[in-house]
Ligand binder design. Structure first.
Ligand code: KG4
Ligand code: ZN
Length: 340
C-alpha cells in the first residue's frame, strides 16, 4: 500500500510517500526557517503564502524522488490539527483536491499523534508508553495505550518549550530557531543561576502541566542585569527546562508504572534533554526512545505513516465536510474524526 502524506501545519511544507513494505520512499520538506528568522518566530500570513507557492513543487519532488506516479497511490493522509489555521487549510485543500480527482481515500491525521508515531519508522516500541511531545508549538504529556487509545495527562499553560527556547534566544540576540543555538552555546557555559523549575513537584491539577513564561521573564531579568555571560545564561535556562521536562515525564512513568518513554517533536533533538533522559532511564529502569533527528522536526513522513496505520488498523477515512482545527487535543481528535 502506498500513502501520500501532506503536512502544512506550521511553517514547513512537507510531502512524503510511504510504502507499507519498503518504508519511506521520499520525504520532501521545504523549510521557511530563513524567511521567518527576521521575526524571531513564525509569521502566519507569510507561512500561508509560502505554502501556497510551495505545495505543488514539493508534491512533484516527492513523487519524483519516490519514483512513482500520482495514480499509484492508495490514499492521501493530511494534517487536520493542530496548527496555524491559515497554514493547515492549504494542505487540507490540496488533499481534498487530490481525493476528488483521484477518487482515493482521504485519511485525517493529528500533528502531535504523527510526531509520536514517527518513532515506529525507526524502531518498535511496546505499548503502553509515556509520550512527551515538545516542539515550537506544543508541550504535552500522554499515555499511549495503543493506536487511537490516548490518555491526556497535561500540557503547557502558556509557552511551549520550543517557544521558550526561541524567545530566550531572541532576548540573547542569538537568532532563530533558538533551540539548536542555545543547545550548542550551553555546552560552553555553567549553571551560574538557579532558575525556578515551574510546576515541577506540583501535586494538584497542575501535576502534569507545564508553564514556561515565568521562566522566560526570569531569564530576561538576568539578561538586563548584564552580569553573566550568554553561555552561562543559556546553560542555566536549559538546565531548568530540561529538569522540568524530564522530571514530569518520570513522575508519569512512576505513577502509571510504565516502562517505555517516547520523546518527540523538535525539542527532542536537544542534546542535554537526551542525556538526562537516558541517565534517568537507567536509574529508574525505563527505556527512552527518540526518533532520528530528521523525523523529530516537522515532516510529512510521519503524517503518511500515521495515515497508513489509521487506514490499516481502523479503516477510518474522511469526506469533504471537515475543516482544519487550530486547537484540538489528540484524545478529542479521535472522537472528532469518528463523527465525520
Ligand atoms: O517540531 P518542530 O520542528 O516544529 C513545531 O511543530 O513547532 O519544532 C521546532 C522547535 C523550535 O522551537 C526549535 O527551537 C526547537 O524545536 N528545537 C530545539 C532544538 N532543535 C530544535 N530546542 C532545543 N534544542 C534543540 N537542539
Ligand atoms: Zn511539529
Amino acid at each position: 500500500m502506498i500513502i501520500l502524506g501532506i503536512e502544512t501545519s506550521c511553517d514547513d511544507t512537507g510531502v512524503s510517500v510511504f510504502h507499507s513494505e519498503k518504508g519511506i520512499l521520499s520525504n520532501v520538506v521545504s523549510s521557511q526557517v530563513k524567511l521567518h528568522a527576521q521575526w524571531g518566530g513564525v509569521y502566519p500570513d507569510l507561512a500561508a503564502r509560502e505554502h501556497t507557492k510551495n505545495i505543488i513543487p514539493v508534491l512533484d519532488n516527492a513523487l519524483k524522488e519516490a519514483g512513482i506516479d500520482l495514480l499509484d497511490i492508495d490514499g492521501i493522509a493530511v494534517t487536520v490539527a493542530p496548527g496555524l489555521i491559515v497554514s493547515l487549510v492549504i494542505g487540507i485543500s490540496a488533499a481534498k483536491a487530490l481525493k476528488w480527482s483521484l477518487k482515493k481515500p482521504l485519511i485525517p491525521v493529528h500533528h502531535i499523534e504523527a510526531h509520536i508515531f514517527a518513532i515506529f519508522l525507526s524502531e518498535e516500541v511496546e505499548f503502553p508508553f509515556v509520550a512527551l511531545v515538545v516542539s515550537g508549538g506544543h508541550t504535552e504529556l500522554y499515555i499511549i495505550k495503543g493506536f487511537e487509545d490516548y490518555l491526556y495527562l497535561g500540557g503547557t499553560l502558556d509557552d511551549a518549550a520550543g517557544e521558550a527556547y526561541d524567545k530566550v534566544a531572541r532576548m540573547l540576540g542569538l537568532g532563530y530557531p533558538g533551540g539548536p543555538i542555545i543547545d550548542k552555546l550551553a555546552k560552553e557555559g555553567k549553571e551560574v543561576i538557579k532558575f525556578p523549575r515551574p510546576l515541577l513537584g506540583e501535586k494538584g491539577k497542575n501535576r502534569f502541566n507545564f508553564s514556561f513564561s515565568g521562566l522566560k521573564s526570569a531569564v530576561m531579568r538576568e539578561i538586563e542585569k548584564k552580569i553573566y555571560r550568554k553561555e552561562d545564561i543559556a546553560r542555566s535556562f536549559q538546565e531548568a527546562v530540561v529538569d522540568v521536562l524530564v522530571g514530569k515525564t518520570v513522575d508519569a512513568v512512576e505513577e502509571f508504572g510504565i516502562k517505555n518513554v517516547v520523546v518527540a517533536g523538535g525539542v527532542s533533538a536537544n542534546s542535554r534533554l537526551r542525556e538526562k533522559f537516558l541517565k534517568e532511564g537507567k536509574r529508574k529502569n525505563f527505556s527512552v526512545h527518540f526518533p532520528p533527528l530528521y523525523l523529530c522536526t516537522d515532516n510529512a513522513a510521519m503524517i503518511a505513516y500515521t495515515g497508513y496505520r489509521r487506514l490499516k488498523e481502523k479503516g477510518t477515512t474522511i469526506g469533504y465536510d471537515f475543516e482544519g482545527k487550530a486547537r484540538l487535543r489528540l484524545d478529542r481528535f479521535v472522537q472528532y474524526i469518528n463523527q465525520k
